[in-house]
Design a protein around this ligand. Structure first.
Ligand SMILES: Nc1ncnc2c1ncn2[C@@H]1O[C@H](COP(=O)(O)OP(=O)(O)OP(=O)(O)O)[C@@H](O)[C@H]1O
Length: 587
């Protein structure tokens, strides 16, 4: 399955504003009530504002022209009251929508983050962390801005426009039509240019994502960069990404502002038409000065929101481009689904079995060809073979980090896909080549993903550690369980990280324990200690050891040779060594 967000086809990406927006509204359905109240407030605000020009025109025709200043004062008072209530409705809806925006941001970030947590390893292989961070932080914020600042202005402006349009047409339809005619041009212009503006915004968000990916890559590899003196190279790479973002931002800025001058010109034309048409009709006795003043105000009420809509429409395009990028993630489903449990036919002495398994990484060639093997309970297996031969890939299939492209993996005679993630990870422990620690203490790290000991005190936990024969390993850490570790830092050595990962996996008491080069950075004395701990694991535990250091696999019951997509039984330790040396000589 294609999980590369930056390689989605046009068809996969193409989604109309309407469906994008309605999908978004579905996601924030709990805000419906607030949106409805804000909508009522903004509509009330528009109606109140729209009454102004009518009352002014009325006052001019009925009181000013007849010099009845008492009436002028009364109407001025009424207008002041109306404007004050309008101010309150405007404040109320701004406050309400500010909350909606922040909660939307909160909901979206949570939704994306938990979706990312559900996605399979293939998703992380195919996407850069920096780009994902940008989607979670930056793109969601575009939506927040839209909700907290633009949406209600958008609605308010549209309702003011519609109200002003009705007033214009009802009072005198001839001038009304003249006043509204330029709006048709605006409509056509907007429809034609909107897709282009949205594309520009989407491209711009992508460059922000790329830039963030560059920053992430160089920050997480800074030691290699310093050691190889590649600072200039990375500076250049960042500069290129920054430059692309800069160029795209300029183009997007222009695109976002393309509506404004055109809208302004149409508004001026409308004023001109109202003025000339109105004066002409006054000379014909069909119109009054008060109405002309009202009309000029209504034309302004119609075109000013339209002008603001130009900016808001651009904001809407930015928000929708952000939402498209967010929904690309939300729309992904893991292809590692749990299937109904069916027992495979045949006898099942094996704890784990590969039946005619083929595997290739997405967009790559096939790595494993038609592998059949079985691992029995309580035995120790070793996977040996040249670098890049496919050992980690085989182990990853055992732990179901990926599914085979063909064939089946069985755990206890059941398709491994029929176990839910909890059950599977409880049965299979995997110590990865690159151990990862979370910022916290040794205790937090060894208890990671192990709810059984969650509420244990240090004393109780030490007892558990002793029972698992891990106390000598714990003693290596200066402050024992309370030793501090940092996820990316060097507060503990690589070998110590491997020890923590080892303890983490052993304490889960898995049925099958995979060690992928798990002792590569550990001194020989400690390595012997690990060997002893492995020996003392419950009798039924199956061990799969991947190692380049051959002394680690001397005691294996069976050795598999993994090379060029084939997994073959290598026989005795001696045989395996000869085969390996022969293979290395040939390559
Ligand atoms: N995430 C991935 N995406 C694409 N190809 C991959 C990925 N991981 C590994 N490969 C490819 O699969 C092949 C087997 O890699 P694998 O890591 O399984 O080998 P290995 O035997 O464990 O090597 P080593 O001894 O160096 O750890 C290699 O050609 C590698 O380039």
């Amino acid at each position: 399955m294609n999980y590369n967000l930056n390689k989605f086809t046009e068809k996969e990406q193409k989604i109309s504003n309407y469906s994008a927006f309605s999908n978004l509204l579905k996601l924030i359905s709990q805000e419906r009530k607030n949106l409805a109240v804000a909508l009522i407030a903004i509509l009330l605000n528009s109606v109140l504002n729209l009454l102004g020009p009518f009352l002014i025109g009325y006052t001019i025709d009925h009181y000013v022209q007849h010099k009845q200043y008492h009436g002028v004062l009364i109407f001025s008072g009424i207008l002041l009251g109306i404007y004050l209530v309008a101010l309150f409705t405007s404040y109320f809806q701004t406050k309400l929508m500010g909350g909606v925006g922040q909660r939307t941001l909160f909901t979206l970030r949570n939704a994306i983050f938990s979706k990312i947590q559900q996605l399979p390893v293939a998703f992380f292989n195919q996407n850069k962390a920096g780009d994902l961070i940008s989607r979670v932080n930056n793109d969601t914020d575009k939506l927040n801005q839209f909700f907290s600042q633009s949406l209600m202005q958008f609605v308010g402006n549209i309702s003011t426009m519609i109200g002003a349009g009705i007033f214009l047409l009802v009072i005198n339809y001839k001038i009304g039509i003249a006043a509204l005619a330029p709006a048709l041009l605006i409509l056509i212009f907007t429809r034609i240019l909107s897709p282009w503006v949205k594309r520009k915004n989407a491209a711009n968000l992508k460059t922000v994502g790329n830039m963030s990916a560059e920053i992430q890559e160089s920050l997480s590899n800074f030691k290699v960069i310093v050691a190889f003196n590649r600072r200039d190279y990375f500076r250049q790479r960042f500069q290129d990404a920054n430059e692309k973002n800069y160029e795209s931002a300029i183009g997007t800025g222009l695109a976002n502002n393309v509506f404004l001058p055109f809208y302004a010109m149409c508004a001026s034309i409308a004023q001109l038409l109202v003025l000339t048409g109105g004066i002409y009709l006054i000379t014909q006795g069909e119109f009054s000065i008060g109405l002309l003043v009202s009309y000029l105000a209504y034309a302004t009420y119609f075109y000013n929101p339209l002008r603001q809509l130009a900016t808001l429409w651009a904001n809407f395009q930015v928000a929708m481009a952000g939402w498209d990028r967010i929904s690309e993630i939300l729309g992904l489903e893991t292809d590692l689904v749990t299937v109904p449990s069916t027992n495979a036919p045949g006898m099942h002495p094996a704890l784990l079995e590969f039946r005619n398994v083929h595997f290739g990484y997405p967009e790559g060639k096939e790595i494993l060809h038609n592998i059949s093997l079985s691992l029995e309970k309580g035995k120790t297996y070793a996977l040996v073979g040249p670098t890049g031969g496919g050992k980690t890939t085989t182990a990853s299939l055992i732990a179901r980090l990926y599914d085979p492209t063909q064939g089946t993996v069985l755990l206890n005679g059941r398709d491994i896909r029929s176990y839910d993630a909890d059950e599977r990870s409880q049965k299979i422990g995997f110590i990865l080549q690159e151990p990862f620690l979370f910022t916290g203490t040794v205790k937090e790290n060894i208890l990671y993903g192990n709810p059984a000991y969650k509420d244990f005190s240090n004393e109780q936990l030490i007892e558990v550690i002793r029972e698992a024969n891990l106390e000598k390993l714990l003693a290596i850490f200066e402050n024992g369980l309370e030793t501090k570790v940092l996820s990316g830092g060097d507060s503990v050595s690589l070998g110590q990280k491997q020890l923590i990962a080892f303890m983490r996996a052993v304490l889960r008491k898995p049925d099958l324990l995979i060690l992928d080069e798990a002792t590569a950075n550990i001194d020989t004395v400690t390595e012997q200690l690990l060997g002893e701990i492995l020996e003392k694991l419950p009798e039924s535990t199956t061990r799969v050891i991947i190692a380049h250091r051959l002394n680690t696999i001397e005691n294996a019951d069976e050795i598999f040779f993994v090379n060029s997509g084939e997994v073959t039984r290598a026989g005795s330790f001696q045989n395996a060594m000869e085969k390996l040396q022969q293979d290395v000589r040939m390559s």
